[in-house]
Design a binder for this molecule. Sequence first.
Ligand code: ATP
Length: 199
Amino acid sequence: MHLKSIVLKGFKSFPDRTKLDFGTGVSVIVGPNGSGKSNVTDAVLWAMGEQSPLAVRGQSMQDVIFGGGRGVQARSSAEVEIVLDNSDQTVDLPLGEISIVRRLDRNGDGTYLLNGAKCRLVDVLEVLSDTGLGKEMHSVVSQGRVTAIVSSKPKDRRLLIEEAAGLGKHRKRRRRAQLKLERTQDNLDRALDVEREAR
Ligand code: ATP
C-alpha cells in the first residue's frame, strides 16, 4: 500500500485546490523555508483523523484553515483528500483505492468521507488500523521527533519500532485475551466450589 495522492483545498498555506501525486518508493518535497513542506505532512496526518491541534502545529483546529495573506482572502473551510493504493488488498475491502476526505468549517463543523460516502471518524480509524498508518503508528515523524528518537534510550526506541511494525496492536490483543482467560479461570473456580459444596 502506498500514498497515491493528496489534494489540499483551503488547508494552511494552500488556499486553492492543489494536488500532489506520489509514485511508489521514496518521494521528496523540496522548497525554501516556510514554503509549506511541513504543511503537506500536517495535511496527511489531519486527513487520517488527527484530533490534536498541537500535532498539526496549531492552537485550535480551525488554525488549519487558510487564514489569508499575500492578497488572497481567508477561506471558510479546509479540506484534504488522501488516496491510498489498495491494489495489494492491505485493507480487506474490494477497493483498488481508498479515498479519505476530511473537511472542517470555521464554525467547527467537520465531515469525513470514505470513498465518497459520509462516515464517522471511527470508520476512518478502523480502515487505517490494518495499514500501519494512523494514530500512534508513527507514520508521520516530524522534524523535532527525529532528534528525540535518535537521542532516546534504546528501550524507548525499541517500543517505538515495535509500534511502527504493528506489534502494539497484537500486544493489546494479547492483554485482552489474558484478561478473558483470567475471568474464565475465576468462573471455573467458582463452579468447582459450588460443585464441591453440593457433594
Ligand atoms: P521549514 O523548511 O522552515 O521547515 P516548511 O516549508 O516546512 O518550512 P511550513 O512550516 O510547512 O514550511 O509552512 C509555514 C508557512 O505556512 C508559513 O508561511 C505560515 O504562515 C503558513 N501557514 C500556516 N498555517 C496557515 C494558515 N492557516 N493560513 C495561511 N498560512 C498558513
